[in-house]
Ligand binder design. Structure first.
Ligand code: SF4
Length: 105
């Protein structure tokens, strides 16, 4: 399916950007609902096609994060079969082993 293929291409492109060392804001960690809402509000200020902006603000990394090894796979926004982040403010194809600051269970 064309749509699926486009998502695969974008996912590989994001993987390449992260592997190339794209600097993203992994700190501060989100510790409460207010901080979460503020980060969402910042993300809403980006254009929907500003992938780099989403990656930077979201603090994306291409590996599990922290002592708890948090990753997209266990996040409530991760769609397993589509390998997709369903948080509307992100709406990006992701790998199960990645992580970002919007992680939630
Ligand atoms: S919110 Fe972040 S951790 Fe959760 S699925 Fe989306 S990209 Fe992954």
């Amino acid at each position: 399916m064309q749509h699926e293929r486009e998502e695969d291409v974008l996912r590989a492109d994001i993987a390449a950007r992260l592997a190339a060392g794209l600097q993203t804001q992994t700190a501060p960690l989100i510790e409460n609902d207010r901080q979460f809402a503020e980060l969402l509000a910042s993300l809403r200020g980006l254009r929907a096609d500003d992938v780099d902006g989403k990656l930077k603000l979201g603090g994306f990394v291409d590996h599990p994060f922290g002592g708890e090894q948090m990753r997209c796979q266990e996040c409530m926004y991760y769609l397993v079969h589509r390998k997709w982040c369903d948080l509307p403010e992100l709406a990006l194809p992701v790998e199960p082993s990645w992580w970002c600051r919007l992680w939630r269970i």
